[in-house]
Design a protein around this ligand. Sequence first.
Ligand SMILES: [Ca+2]
Ligand SMILES: [Ca+2]
Length: 236
Amino acid sequence: MRVKTLAAAMCAAFTFGVQGTASADLWGPGPEDPAGCTAPVVTDWDGDAVVDQSGGQLGRPTHPGPDDMDLTSFNLNWATDHLVADIGLKALSGNPMGPTDSQGGNNYYLFFKTADGVNHFVRATNRTQDGITFAYGEIARLAAGGQNLFDVYQTDGTTTGKLDTATGHITLDVPASVGIKPGDLLTDLTANADGIFGYDDQAGFNNHIDEAPDGSDSFTPSGVTLTVTDCLAPPA
Ligand SMILES: [Ca+2]
Ligand SMILES: [Ca+2]
């Protein structure tokens, strides 16, 4: 997993160099809105989802990922009393990947850090074992001898959400109990579409099929920030 993530980060740096842009607003085709009101906060190119069947080991066979795992955008919006995450896919058939590509089904994450440094996530899972489920949690980093070893996905509970095959969007409610409010600064926003080698993200091994922005995950900060904004509030 570390090998794959580092390789992805290096690849992303190379890609940015080739494109000659340092603008943080050009991850995908856009349009984007840093407040997430008039457009998603981040867009992602389509056609960049790749399934690595070896899970990051050497000699990996890879093939293009399905549209269901091809991120095109993500956003976080304030809705009356809680934050709602929105993950856009190229298309959503609603069919989980087969066990060769992922034993733990299709897993969609949106990560964000709060001011206390906690790296939160909301997760939608679509798998044959138990259908479509929604959860929230946080990342616990395992470190030893001053070295970060890997991240542990700690699920704190279930939440509500929707996987909409008509629009290709997944929405997830961030529970109000997480304590986020308008004006809060969230940092290192990242979306990942993952397969899992194993039963789930606690027992198994996450394999990124697509990332937005490219090369970012819970271990590799994106630098994307968002000030939680009530887009429906009248201007002050
Ligand atoms: Ca994509
Ligand atoms: Ca991507």
